[in-house]
Design a protein around this ligand. Sequence first.
Ligand code: PMP
Length: 433
Amino acid sequence: MSEHLFYQTRQTRPFIERSEGIYLWDADRNRYIDGSSGAMVSNIGHSHPHVLAAMQSQMQKATFAYRLHFQSEIVEQFAARLAKKAPLGLDKVFFVSGGSEAVETAIKLARQAALARGDDKRFKMMSRLPSYHGSTLGAVAVTGTPPFADPFAPMMKAMPKVRAPLHYLDGLDPNDPATAAHYLKDIEDQILAEGPETLLAFLVEPIGGASTGALVPPAGYMEGLRALCDQYGLLLIYDEVMTGGGRTGTYFAAEHFDAVPDMIVSAKGLGGGYMPLGAVISRNDLVEDVLDHGGFLHGFTNAAMPLAAAAGMGVLDVIEDEQLCARATRLGDTLFARLKELQARYPFIGDVRGKGLLLAFELMADAQTKQVLPKELHAHSKLVDIAYQNGLIIYSRRTRNGAEGDHFMVCPPLITSTAQVDELVGLLDKSLG
Ligand code: PMP
């Protein structure tokens, strides 16, 4: 623990000195592979010269101009480019500084859109267990990780959660339509129990992030969820904080499904680690309704600053110019196959899953029965510590409540080369050994 900072983890971590591409160096010149892009943030790698130049150029013009005092050409351009990445009909962009702020923005926009329609009964957000949506109080209220929420219970109203698809635990076939139907029935029952007329929106990670360990929903699940939301009058909001920015092989994971959301929440890879950046991209009519009824009661001082937009534009250039979405698919297939090879050699790897370069593996006591390792083993932190010693950084979670298990996100930057995948897998192999 540092003398003056109190945000650090319990474990001792090295001091960062320099970072470039997929590597980071500590103050003692030890080199680490960024095996999880920080926390699935550095999608285009570190210190990319194009982004640094774009930021430098903007810095010489204007870094900050308060958005109530000035408009900004580069912020407008960035919004237009981002809207193009979202599904048709989602054209209105609200910039913020990160994922939690973006989740707050989506919740408040959903509520104000309902009020603008004259509906003051809908106030509950529905989300899944397990899930993670951020650490501000509103985002915690919708986060399906009870230990993060319980201590704050008197200060906020926890929102209803439904069980997320855990087909790898339930032993159901993810490709069998009956599997999605099974989970959707759970959701519908809960919608009815809560009272559909009280529900504002369903917030969901289209492909699970750290809370589930890259869990891809069973076939037909997102489409069925869209149909349920339409039937009962809920908005559908995709939390693409982790899945966005090309990580799953398309710019937004929404493209993988035949189910268009009403809003997308974005962050992490949007700024790529170059600037704190988040956004909500919303259906036009929702925003227009809110603006026509007294305006959106929301805003953050540092949001939409020109320097952040320049960084975000630079990141988008790199994703497009270097065709990183296609690369995430190609490299993801390679890395997935390599993780499967490790699974064949290490029986305690119970599952390998994910899409594109949003990949994870899970350690289990028994892969056949999907029995998790005892908590007391602290496997999730032990393997991370060993990997550190070997020069590899991976992100782990022991998700509590709803999906107990030690899983590890293997999500290197999308610019990783095939040779670097070999290097990463080699270090992981050594660490597992
Ligand atoms: N939603 C998801 C899916 C996330 O993974 C995260 C961060 N891990 C957040 C929201 C919150 O983002 P931030 O930490 O930038 O506030």
